[in-house]
Design a protein around this ligand. Structure first.
Ligand SMILES: Nc1ncnc2c1ncn2[C@@H]1O[C@H](COP(=O)(O)OP(=O)(O)OP(=O)(O)O)[C@@H](O)[C@H]1O
Length: 770
């Protein structure tokens, strides 16, 4: 690449944008460009004096192509009666992109200019940037996924969620533990795959994301820990914010902005665990990352369709006060003892926080508004407003602005016993009535070892207890220890057909592998308590969470191994590979597990966990998707004397002992108890006379749930929706409102955030109000 050289040479530097060619992208060398376009039929390319202009031209070409493709689709496939609202929705909520594509230069606001606009109103404050309507939600070209999973059909109230998603609404759906939220998500994914919409499946924690076959929201959005101010991510998105695995992927994972721009539907599962600060920050980042011609988009999250799911009665966000930073300036938040609060009717609050009354109604203490008093280089006070009693996303202005269509699921599937379901329903809202108390005290009886040798899995609130207990119990076993090593692989498949294997040494750095519950090196002994980590035979009750005990190991030859499980055709190559790599003298060792549900031991053969991460080259991907495929082949077992309540969220367990006594977070005891199918297979640990107090419930969550139910009842009365549990909560505000365009600074915004923080540190803090 001809960088450097004389000033004259630099002046003549050209950037070649190749839109259609062998390897589309931007090149700064004509020889390299020629290789991409010469002899390539239909090659489309152009030279520009700057990289930015070259990039803008590519965006322009792509928008043009998408519009043409849409026009073709509309012509060839006019809306049918099957989905009458889909076309209407597209047309009504999302005005088309401005036709005037001149001045495509992409500008980002600088740090000093941003505080006023990054206030809680998401850009509505004085000096706010020009907002534009979100771009059209358009289907890109796609390749349907192979082997779609056969899913259990949805019940009518679950179908309702899918219907709303199909209609293009922003949807929030909730319901008690075991009401099928994860199942609905799987259906949504299948639908989106089928229609070729670009979507991201995310969750706030690694384990939750793996359970739904997605990635963490931090990794997808490129915010990492997410502790820096929004402006920092906005400034860096374009050029330097890389995929968390970028150092492994090299150039290929360059621009985070493209991920944001190309995603049409963002799914966030376990939304109760997402920090409200990060939720708001992501929305602002989305508004900027999905800019139209440099203008941030007005709609929250930049106008992508949002599907959020979870149960706020379950686990809350894990956040330590000491680790919190100001959402606007990124400085550590003012320590509790130094905080000063503003009067609830202070103009500084009322002018800046939208939906203030609604927020206060959700048990946000109106007397706890505080502001960040850090001063910057120019002695300007940061002034960002925050309220320490905001704990959940539904208490943020962004939540109201999104205007979700909400669905409350009512039917529980995990448990079959109606009396137990009713009790769980009461415990969920903290109602430990005398009869429930008596019932729970009865569950403190010890659970013995089952005929299979299975002991109850102990669910603890603290991780250290779990690690210690599993280690100790494993060491106590006398037999031979066998180690099962996973086969980890990574391949980059380019849209052009070329594929490249990822260096095996680098694989363990990938977040996907770190988040898997199944270990790379798994040690097992005869007598070890284990849990199945994969649905291997649903009809036979061998599902994720099934409990068993290792009853031996079997040496299998090739034919026994290959016929050891009814594998689907596409799994055979995986089994074959495992055998070839692991066999010794023509045999492989396989653990035998005695499950609670089966009279005889079952050999547990390896399975594979796979993920596909779309890669974005330079600024976008063309001509098919460039995909990073990662996979781990391993025996799907984990030691199961103990696990944490946090890890168990989302699982269904057979035989458990739940440590209720040490619960420290709202929803924790409820999550623990609701994992188990029936109280017969459950023991309660600890709690003593304080059992009643273990079922902590957040007042705000109670209020939110109450308002949701009331809205639902009102809608039913008014005949809105079809009474299937849909409620449009929040306000329709935000979308489609006209904002005045204002000028803002044209700077590249590439200043390093860290330097600014150091500057702040050098300047004494100013606890006065701006
Ligand atoms: N329509 C349905 N028909 C039959 N079984 C169902 C249905 N919906 C869900 N289930 C079953 O109920 C169990 C719990 O479902 P799922 O894990 O989706 O619930 P969830 O609401 O996500 O639970 P949690 O909040 O605890 O994560 C699963 O075994 C699932 O297969």
């Amino acid at each position: 690449m001809p960088r450097g050289g004389s000033a004259k040479r630099r002046q003549k530097q050209k950037f070649y944008a190749v839109y259609k060619g062998r390897n589309p992208g931007i090149f700064d060398d004509w020889v390299e460009t020629r290789l991409q376009v010469e002899g390539f039929s239909d090659a489309t390319f152009k030279a520009f004096p700057s990289h930015a202009e070259a990039e803008s031209w590519i965006y322009e070409q792509r928008d043009k192509e998408i519009r043409q493709e849409n026009a073709r689709l509309e012509r060839d496939y006019p809306d049918t009666d099957d989905d009458p609202d889909a076309g209407e929705q597209r047309g009504s909520s999302y005005p088309p992109l401005p036709q005037d594509n001149t001045g495509l230069k992409v500008d980002y606001p600088d740090l000093d200019a941003l505080p006023a606009r990054l206030n809680a109103r998401g850009g509505d404050g004085p000096g706010a940037p020009p907002y534009v309507s979100p771009p059209e939600r358009t289907p890109p070209s796609f390749t349907p996924r192979q082997n779609p999973e056969h899913l259990c059909p949805l019940k009518p109230e679950q179908e309702r969620v899918l219907a709303l998603v199909k209609q293009g609404h922003n949807v929030f759906f909730t319901g008690p533990a075991g009401s099928g939220k994860s199942l609905i998500l799987k259906h949504i994914k299948q639908y989106l795959d089928g229609v070729g919409r670009t979507y991201a499946v995310t969750a706030p924690t690694g384990i939750a994301s793996v359970l739904i076959g997605g990635q963490t929201i931090h990794s997808w959005s490129r915010v990492g820990k997410g502790d820096k101010p929004a402006v920092c991510y906005i400034n860096k998105l374009k050029s330097t914010i890389k995929h968390p695995d970028a150092k492994l992927l090299g150039k290929s994972a360059k621009s985070g902005e493209t991920t944001w721009k190309e995603t049409q539907v963002l799914i966030i599962d376990e939304i109760s665990m997402l920090s409200p600060d990060l939720f708001e920050k992501l929305s602002v980042i989305g508004q900027h990352a999905r800019h139209v011609n440099g203008h941030p988009v007005e709609a929250p999250f930049g106008g992508m369709q949002l599907v959020m799911c979870g149960d706020f009665f379950q686990l809350p966000p894990v956040e330590k006060d000491s680790e919190k930073t100001c959402y606007q300036c990124g400085y550590p938040i003012t320590p509790r003892e130094e905080r000063s609060y503003l009067p609830p009717d202070h103009g500084y609050i009322t002018e800046r926080i939208e939906f203030l009354n609604e927020i206060h109604a959700l048990r946000v203490d109106s007397a706890r508004w505080s502001h960040c008093s850090r001063t910057g280089r120019d002695r300007e006070v940061c002034g960002h407003l925050w309220n320490e009693t905001i704990k959940y996303c539904f208490q943020t202005p962004t939540w109201f602005k999104i205007g979700f269509n909400s669905v409350v699921l009512t039917q529980v599937f995990r448990q079959a016993d109606p009396a137990w379901i009713e009790k769980l329903g009461k415990l969920k809202v903290g109602q430990v009535t005398p009869d429930i108390m008596t019932f729970l005290l009865g569950l403190r009886r010890p659970l013995g070892e089952l005929a299979s040798g299975v002991k109850p899995t102990r669910l603890y609130t603290h991780r250290k207890t779990v690690v210690d207990e599993n280690d100790q119990e494993f060491k106590k076993l006398k037999g031979t220890e066998y180690c099962f090593d996973a086969i980890d692989e990574g391949t980059i498949n380019k849209g052009t057909g070329y594929s490249k294997t990822v260096n095996p040494q680098e694989l363990e750095e990938y977040h996907f592998f770190k988040n898997l519950q199944v270990q790379k090196e798994m040690k097992l002994k005869h007598g070890a308590q284990v849990m199945l980590l994969f649905n291997i035979a649903q009809n036979d009750g061998l599902v994720n969470g099934s409990r068993g005990v290792i009853s031996g190991f079997q040496q299998m030859n090739y034919s026994t191994f290959m016929s050891g499980r009814v594998a689907r055709d596409f799994e055979r190559p995986m089994l074959k590979k495992y055998f070839e790599l692991k066999q010794q003298d023509g045999r492989v060792r396989i653990p035998l597990v005695h499950f609670t549900t089966h009279p005889t031991p079952i050999p547990i053969l390896p399975v594979s966990w796979n993920t596909e991460i779309p890669l974005f080259y330079g600024s976008m991907s063309y001509g098919g998707r460039d995909i990073l495929g990662l996979s781990r082949i391993q025996i799907p077992l984990a030691l199961a004397w103990a696990t944490t309540v946090h890890k168990s969220q989302g699982m269904t367990l057979d035989y458990v002992a739940v440590d209720v006594g040490h619960s420290f977070a709202p929803g924790q005891a409820y999550v623990g108890l609701s994992r188990c199918k029936s109280p017969g297979g459950m023991q309660i640990l600890g709690g003593g006379r304080n059992l009643e107090k273990a079922f902590l419930v957040d007042e705000g969550v109670l209020e939110f749930s109450k308002r949701l139910e009331e809205q639902l009842a009102r809608d039913k009365e008014n005949g809105d929706g079809d009474g299937d549990g849909e409620a449009a909560v929040g306000q329709e505000g935000g979308l489609g409102q006209k904002r005045e365009y204002a000028k803002y600074k044209e700077e590249d915004g590439s200043g390093e955030f860290e330097d600014d923080v150091h500057d702040w540190e050098r300047v004494s803090s100013h606890p006065t109000l701006p």
